[in-house]
Design a protein around this ligand. Structure first.
Ligand SMILES: CC(C)(COP(=O)(O)OP(=O)(O)OC[C@H]1O[C@@H](n2cnc3c(N)ncnc32)[C@H](O)[C@@H]1OP(=O)(O)O)[C@@H](O)C(=O)NCCC(=O)NCCS
Length: 169
């Protein structure tokens, strides 16, 4: 296990630096969830994701953390705040991790764990102790990873489409 990487916040102006990591995640998702069809082309996917990040980053409490090794970004996490459950008094506010991605050649070396811990620390600073995230069905390695880090199933996200061209059934 190597720990020769540092975790730091990424400035909003540097967002494009995580594009290769986003691309790696998109490829991983396409591989583990073939039923969802062919993913968007790389550039289109990043444009879409970047716009979402920009919107989240304009909200208080949001941030991007990167893991850097020798000047290269090897992983990142993007998180923002959401309101708590209106049914259960679990938390007033919680963090939502929108992305956690580690470069394929750097997986299994503790980068993901360090990013996850750093996200929880950042949230802790503003008094937020709950965090959640979505996992694509079929991403079993990631589900195992999160469960080992104390996560458990919080909801099921269902979908239907009446567009006959929509790949997912
Ligand atoms: C899931 C992910 C973020 C974990 O980060 P990581 O740096 O590989 O994880 P760590 O090294 O801290 O922990 C490794 C553990 O994760 C598991 N793991 C999950 N996916 C893995 C992968 N593709 N390669 C190696 N280990 C993986 C291993 O089983 C390992 O378990 P162990 O600690 O019992 O040996 C990273 O593997 C990744 O980017 N995967 C592809 C994208 C993805 O699924 N992201 C999550 C989207 S919700």
């Amino acid at each position: 296990v190597s720990d020769d990487f540092v975790i730091r916040r990424l400035a909003r102006d540097d967002l494009d630096r995580v594009e290769p990591l986003w691309s790696a995640l998109r490829e991983h998702h396409a591989a583990v969830a073939p039923d969802l069809g062919v993913p968007r082309p790389r550039e289109e996917s990043w444009r879409y994701r970047r716009a979402q990040y920009e919107a989240w980053l304009s909200e208080p409490g949001s941030f991007v953390l990167v893991a850097e090794h020798g000047g290269e970004l090897v992983g990142y996490a993007m998180a923002h705040l959401r309101s708590g459950s209106p049914t259960w008094p679990l938390a007033e506010r919680a963090g939502e991790i929108e992305t956690l991605s580690v470069l394929p050649t750097k997986r299994g070396e503790g980068v993901g764990t360090a990013l996850l811990e750093a996200v929880r620390e950042e949230l802790g600073v503003i008094g937020v102790s709950e965090v959640s995230l979505h996992v694509v069905p079929g991403n079993l390695a990631a589900t195992d990873f999160y469960e080992r880090h104390g996560f458990s199933t919080y909801g099921l996200w269902l979908r239907r489409s009446d567009d006959p061209d929509s790949a997912a059934e």
